[in-house]
Ligand binder design. Structure first.
Ligand code: GTP
Length: 211
């Protein structure tokens, strides 16, 4: 899926709809793309390809009998892609901040991701959820559930351990996000987003790739 046009509902069309924009953030290799694929297509990919630039999926949901669309954006966790951050954050309602329970550095970097979110978000009240992914892999666990809970608590944000591989808590995370955005803004500020075709220009380092 990496570096592919990713709107299975709007391919090559111009469609306008109310939508909640949610970003997947976190270090490289924590499983952001797998979380997106599990939620949007119920699939899991063992192989790893680094995400180049940006991908998105759109998923229809119903919150308290109101249909909404979640526009979920995935980006590379690599340092060099942070240059695109400002545009990526524009209009975002929520962030799923992901670390890998088997990799300490991804957990210790959560703080700097939160600082980056606060710096870049154009919405002061952006909703964050902390997600400890790969909880299927107990034998390689380096971060306890309690440590994850305590970190989330220190920022006053919800916390889930999850597994894209075993489909643990993936729907619950997106349901929680959708409900929180709905509670906060309902349809009021949800962006009426126009996605014109599946052509997205992405800045990667110094070059610009069109997909
Ligand atoms: P970047 O594109 O570099 O930012 O990485 P990413 O965060 O999108 O990671 P990706 O989803 O590509 O997953 C990285 C690796 O972790 C892949 O080999 C996946 O198969 C694996 N992986 C992802 N989620 C899980 C999970 O829940 N459990 C386990 N055991 N492995 C996972």
């Amino acid at each position: 899926m990496k570096n592919q046009p990713n709107d299975n509902e709007t391919n090559n069309q111009s469609v306008t709809f109310n939508s909640y924009k949610v970003l997947l953030l976190g270090n490289s290799y924590v499983g952001k793309t797998c979380i997106l694929l599990r939620f949007s297509e119920d699939i899991f990919k063992e192989s790893y390809d680094v995400t180049i630039g940006l991908n998105y999926r759109i998923k229809s949901m119903t919150i308290e009998n109101n249909p909404i669309k979640m526009q979920i954006w995935d980006t590379s966790g690599e340092e060099k892609f942070k240059a695109i951050a400002k545009n990526f954050y524009r209009g975002a309602h929520g962030v799923l901040l992901v670390y890998d329970i088997c990799d300490k550095s991804t957990f210790s970097d959560v703080k700097s991701w939160i600082e980056q979110i606060i710096e870049n978000a154009d919405n002061d009240e952006i909703i964050m959820i902390l997600c400890g992914n790969k909880c299927d892999n107990e034998k390689d666990r380096k971060i306890t559930k309690e440590e994850g809970e305590n970190l989330a608590k220190s920022y006053g944000i919800p916390f889930f351990e999850c597994s894209a591989k075993s489909n643990i808590n993936i729907n619950e995370i997106f349901d929680t996000m959708a409900h929180k955005i709905y509670t906060k803004i309902g349809n009021r500020q949800s962006s009426s987003v126009k996605l014109a075709s599946n052509t997205i220009k992405k800045k990667i380092g110094k070059c610009c790739v069109t997909k």
